[in-house]
Design a protein around this ligand. Structure first.
Ligand SMILES: [Zn+2]
Length: 105
């Protein structure tokens, strides 16, 4: 049990079942599978990634070529991580589901 990231939680009410890839919050009643959790927290992940990218983007104005290069590589790495976390891994989870099984509601 942990603090729920989906509401202002003061007492641990958030439960994750890693064997079944399910989550449920006894405080706010939200729950579901990995895809549902991405729908809940995905926008926050994108916003956090965007602010990180802006931070790395400031390195592109450096006079030092090494720092400019680091900025480019960090931005590409951030974009790759974001696409992997929000698109590639969920797609692989959907493809890995046994045939005939539907997502839990
Ligand atoms: Zn909650």
């Amino acid at each position: 049990m942990g603090l729920c990231p989906l509401h202002d939680d003061r007492h641990p009410s958030f439960l994750v079942d890693p064997d079944k890839n399910l989550f449920y919050c006894y405080g706010c009643g939200r729950g579901g599978d990995v895809i549902r959790s991405l729908a809940e927290v995905g926008p926050a992940v994108v916003l956090c990634s965007w602010t990180t990218t802006i931070g790395y983007g400031t390195l592109l104005y450096s006079l030092n070529r090494a720092l400019r290069s680091f900025g480019w590589y960090a931005i590409v790495g951030e974009g790759t991580t974001l696409v992997t976390a929000l698109v590639l891994l969920p797609a692989l989870l959907i493809l890995a589901r046994p045939r005939g099984s539907a997502a839990p509601r």
